[in-house]
Write a protein that binds this ligand. Sequence first.
Ligand SMILES: [Zn+2]
Length: 329
Amino acid sequence: MRRAIRGAVLFLIPALSLAQARPTPTPGHHDRKPDEVFRRQELSRGVHVLYGGGGNVGFLVGPDAVLVVDSQVRPLGPGVVKQIQGVTDKPIKYLLNTHHHGDHTGGNDAFRQFAVIIAHDNVRKRMREAPQTILREWPAELEEAKKKGDAESVAYIEDAIAWAKKIKIEEIAAPVITFESEVRIHIGDETIAIWHTPPAHTDGDSVVYFEKANVLHMGDLFFYKVIPFIDVKAGGSARGYIDAIDKVIARVPPDVKIIPGHGEVTDLAGLKTFRQYVADILDAARKAKVAGKSKEEFLKTVDLPAYKTWDGYGERFQESAAAAWDEAS
Ligand SMILES: [Zn+2]
């Protein structure tokens, strides 16, 4: 997450998380060239990570094709393509989406002419439902933002509503190949497995594993040193995070390199600190329930000092605490 980029708002404000490939304005951005937001690192055997304004992008340069994982916020989509083309002249043939959120799929538009877009069934469904969802749910959010005097959110929501009113469903760059459980793609001698996990961040989460390179892209199933956003409205679940992470850990070697959806590349130990956060917030909610506290009392007093330095230990922390409360028993 880079503060200067507005697209991060897509997961900073949960109600906005359903925003898809829409013409996002990028105020606060005028003083920077779009390419300056990118930072790239090669991890192993042609697998790279590309950091930018929204969710982290991963890509593999194979002998005859490039495969990309996630596409950033819409304004950065063309920049992602340009960054990859700066590394290789091999054709970009595949784009995988780890889930439907706009900070991971907004740039799909920049890929659709040449790449096959692949994701879980629910990613396509939720992307294509986005206009109705926005028109149904966001006017209330707009009123709320106006009441708070939050000019930035007001502009953002108004823009999304305008987009939802005029977009035609076929103009949404949704995945064209979808799967229920998992798919493997073969490029050169590398096998890329993309598999769906139990609902955690959303009900369409997948992780992508580059077998030979031993690199795992986890999408927003993993926020490293960042408080997670649990999109309950899109089928997400705090307990689901634990289930999904445990299933992933059981399937990859202990020395795997991990690209989180947000935050720096890390390893299994990094993932375990994140799992601990989810376990701790669920445990705090359970203890508060046992102590007879109300949800309001819990949210007022909940504090997990170990995670204070994590990005989002404020509003997003409160939201994840609320999600944990609703599920704790
Ligand atoms: Zn997300």
